[in-house]
Design a protein around this ligand. Structure first.
Ligand code: ADP
Ligand code: MG
Length: 586
């Protein structure tokens, strides 16, 4: 049947064209020939009148300019989707998933993650946002918008018959040069400069739902990050434990210099509050060990049953005794604590919590200075940590254990409060961005001005660099330079300002040597962004430009999209090659 069908398909001869953009007409010829959307027995060749089929039936193939156009269009569509959210006056989006759950956000990465994007090139754009979010936490929208604009400008060049590989090369050169220029305009910051760190946090929160409370939130973020930073300057945001609890007001959001664990006491008889606690963190069960092999025990007399049970109890008693002997007054156990053990610990006045998450116990260890012990026999006094107060408190009707008053805690907690789940979810995303950027500045100690200042400066300097390169590559570098201006343009547009007037004004300021001038969206004129307190980590910019350029180049270089029938069929989530032969032919 496949063979019969294949008779109708025009055999595709090997492409005689070298696809060199220098030859006018060649690209067109290529495009016309391949503009047909091939399906079914794609990629067939004639051999003595007999077609040879190398792809499975149902495979779709999209080649040449058509493939390029559709990829570029998809990538641009993704960039357009998030563009209106950029900047301090960007709007939010409401996303509703298949289950009817709602997310309201302004965060590029979150928006794209929630949108069920199918097109492969569009998915690559989503990847940029994800990488940006994982690496630096902020600048996700910017990265995607820049990539979209790079592709839009590339499309113009393709229209002028500049070959895609020339554009790709120009873009790569321009990206390298851009990083170089950025490092020259970056400003060094002391990790103890709390005012600068606060400005960095505020810039990350601007335009987000959290902005209204940025005074309180930025203060919390800066204190949290500086506390958990290691002496060598490394910061792991994982040591800031963020808990969300619906209820109260956003103003009730607080930083606890210690840990808050979403657990309750193992037994209601245990004390609710322990002052000057000696904290033991245990990665071992406090219960009798079950035999690991199948064992049979022959019991012939009733007193043997009792002796057997007594033995188990004795074992647990010894364990509990060792814990009491160690001097611990609070125990956090990653595993279980059985009833017998609970009884002995309660009798000793110990507050114990069981089944604590591994990440929580690691943070507890950092907060209290304890060591996680994995064997009850090995507990020593030096393994214990200290906390001024360990207390079980109710928060919105839910028991939580607060470990506070820690000396020099290297892990802290933030409890986010707010009237509804949507509010605190958005606050959490904003806090995450702010924590990441402040951590980044403490780590790498470099910032750049925001508000479109670095993009304008890069654009100017790249234009003059382009003129030193010459040739067709110059066009690509100029296109790259122009693409970066999409950032100030979008910030202006979203603030209801005239983008052309604003770009011209910012450019003029930069030409006059004011490298840190960006757009004041409230006044509608260029101002010194450093003075205005709009600053971002250098790495937010370098990462955005790098990943945008990489994605644009990758998309540009594609001239053949071959989709197997599963990928082309209804979205079922089957991985490529995941279905047995024949199953895809419906
Ligand atoms: P992203 O996901 O790219 O971080 P945002 O919506 O957070 O997107 O917008 C970031 C852009 O807004 C950056 O270029 C930043 O410099 C700029 N920006 C932030 N705050 C201000 C402000 N107060 N005035 C002008 N520009 C600002
Ligand atoms: Mg941002």
């Amino acid at each position: 049947m496949r063979n019969a069908e294949s008779q109708h398909v025009n055999p595709v001869s090997p492409d005689p064209c070298t696809r060199d953009g220098e030859k006018p007409g060649c690209m067109n010829g290529f495009a016309v020939k391949n503009n047909e959307h091939e399906t079914g027995n794609a990629m067939s060749q004639q051999l003595g009148g007999q077609p040879i089929i190398i792809l499975r039936q149902g495979t779709t193939r999209n080649r040449g300019q058509e493939a390029q156009n559709s990829n570029i269009a998809a990538a641009k569509a993704v960039a357009n989707a998030v563009r209106s959210t950029l900047g301090p006056k960007g709007m939010d989006k409401m996303l509703i998933d298949g289950m009817g759950d709602i997310i309201i956000t302004n965060d590029g990465a979150t928006i794209l993650k929630q949108m069920d994007i199918e097109h492969p090139a569009a998915k690559m754009m989503v990847e940029i946002a994800k990488t940006q979010d994982d690496e630096v936490g902020d600048g996700t929208t910017s990265a995607v918008i820049i990539a979209g604009e790079l592709l839009k400008n590339a499309e113009n060049l393709l229209g002028q018959k500049v070959h895609p590989t020339v554009i790709a090369e120009g873009y790569q050169q321009a990206a390298v040069k851009a990083l170089e220029i950025l490092s020259t305009i970056a400003i060094s910051v002391k990790p103890t400069d709390n005012l600068m760190l606060t400005h960095v946090a505020e810039t990350a929160l601007s335009g987000k739902g959290a902005e209204a409370y940025k005074g309180l939130l930025c203060d919390i973020v800066v204190r949290a990050v500086t506390m958990v930073a290691d002496p060598d300057g490394t910061v792991d945001i994982g040591h800031v434990n963020v808990q969300k609890k619906v209820g109260g007001k956003v103003e009730d959001t607080e930083l606890i210099e210690g840990m808050v664990i979403d657990k309750e006491r193992a037994n209601p008889g245990m004390p609710k509050m322990v002052k000057d606690a000696k904290v033991l963190i245990l990665n071992a069960a406090i219960e009798y060990k079950k035999t690991e092999v199948n064992a049979k025990i022959n019991i012939t007399r009733p007193d043997q049953v009792q002796a057997f049970l007594d033995d188990d109890e004795q074992m647990v008693h010894t364990m509990a005794d060792k814990i009491v002997q160690s001097g611990a007054t609070v125990v956090f156990c990653q595993k279980g604590i059985d009833d017998t053990a609970q009884h002995y610990l309660t009798k000793a006045g110990i507050l114990a919590v069981r089944r604590v998450k591994k990440s929580d116990s690691e943070n507890l260890a950092r907060a209290t200075g304890a060591t996680v012990v994995s064997s009850i026999d090995a507990i020593t006094r030096s393994d214990l940590g200290a906390a001024g107060l360990v207390e079980e408190k109710k928060l919105s009707g839910h028991e939580m254990i607060y470990v506070s008053g820690c000396k020099n805690p290297k892990a802290v907690s933030i409890i986010i409060r707010g009237g509804s789940e949507h509010v605190i979810d958005d606050l959490e995303r904003g806090m995450h961005d702010a924590l990441m950027v402040v951590g980044e500045v403490v780590k790498n100690k470099k910032v750049v001005a925001g508000g479109g200042a670095p993009e304008t400066e890069l654009s100017l300097q790249l234009r003059s660099y382009a003129s030193t390169v010459g040739g067709r590559i110059q066009l690509a570098i100029e296109a790259f330079a122009a693409a970066l201006e999409i950032i100030p343009r979008s910030i202006a547009e979203n603030a209801g300002l005239d983008p052309i007037d604003m770009i011209v004004a910012i450019r003029a300021a930069h030409e006059a040597g004011n490298r840190t001038f960006g757009l004041d969206v409230y006044e509608g004129k260029p101002v010194d962004m450093l003075k205005a307190g709009v600053v971002e980590p250098l790495r937010v910019k370098t990462q955005a430009i790098m990943s945008a350029a990489e994605a644009a180049v990758m998309i540009l270089r594609i001239d053949d999209v071959i989709a197997s029938s599963k990928a082309a069929g209804p979205a079922g989530g089957m991985p490529p090659g995941g279905m047995p032969p024949g199953m895809g032919d419906y």
